[in-house]
Design a protein around this ligand. Structure first.
Ligand code: CTP
Ligand code: CA
Length: 227
């Protein structure tokens, strides 16, 4: 087995990771979504598997191959993603990582039929309602012992990320500046700031695969130090 040289110190642990975008139907042919390649979440899944964790990867629609050894649950909408998370964590997981770019809103009522352009109007109004906050819901019900979120920001990155850590009841938040074109969306590299209640860590800009290995190690260290 290719990972046999890596210490299997996560064996016995169950990690649940969300990845990719969610896709919210407007009608049978249209949807609302976010930019997200799924690369970071998939890389985290691979890195956790390499250290022996049992990984459930709950993924929105992406174009990349699933990591070997992961249990994959493919979903589209945020509602489906939340349901899949809850079903995967009927027994408390060790770690939950919310790497998915969940659409914040969905149609109040999605149309069953393709919406037609009306010839007499140049405007259309869609009524959207908030999606459930998946990670906050899981944190509230302590579905995993350690809960790790991401914060995609275009400004005030650290400040906004810290407020999300508090508001959602997370243990760790990984902040990234999505206004930079060299990192983040669909890029192979990422630069993040890792924030906990009492520490901030800025790893070097690195390939997502390398960063994932470092983040998994950080999370494991955080668990150990909390014991
Ligand atoms: N998240 C989630 N469910 C949602 C929205 C976000 O689980 N409905 C999770 C993401 O997977 C991520 C974290 O919450 O781990 C932060 O996502 P982000 O979009 O940055 O935060 P929001 O709370 O949606 O705030 P905003 O988009 O307004 O900045
Ligand atoms: Ca959001």
């Amino acid at each position: 087995f290719q990972y046999s040289h890596i210490e299997q110190d996560l064996s016995g642990q169950h990690w649940v990771i969300t990845a990719g975008p969610t896709m919210e139907a407007i009608d049978p042919v249209r949807f609302i979504s976010n930019h997200s390649s799924g690369k970071m979440g998939y890389a985290l899944a691979k890195a956790a598997i390499a250290r022996g964790a049992k990984v459930t990867l709950i993924s929105g629609p992406v174009q990349i191959a699933p990591p070997a050894g992961a249990t994959i649950i493919a979903v589209k909408s945020a509602d489906e993603m939340l349901a899949a998370c809850e079903q995967s964590m009927t027994t408390q997981a060790d770690v939950f990582i919310g790497a998915a770019a969940v659409a914040d809103f969905k149609m109040k009522v999605a149309s069953n039929q393709k919406m037609k352009k009306q010839s007499d109007t140049e405007e259309v109004t869609l009524t959207l309602v908030k999606n459930p906050d998946i990670i906050a819901t899981l944190a509230k019900h302590k579905r995993a012992k350690t809960i790790v979120g991401f914060a995609a920001e275009t400004q005030n990155v650290i400040e906004y990320a810290k407020s999300k850590l508090e508001r959602k009841g997370l243990d760790i938040i990984i902040a990234n500046d999505v206004s930079r074109s060299d990192i983040g969306f669909n890029q192979d590299e990422n630069q993040v700031t890792v924030i906990t209640q009492d520490a901030t860590w800025l790893p070097d800009k690195a390939a997502k695969s390398e960063l994932a290995t470092q983040l998994v190690a950080f999370i494991q260290q955080h668990i150990k130090s909390a014991l």
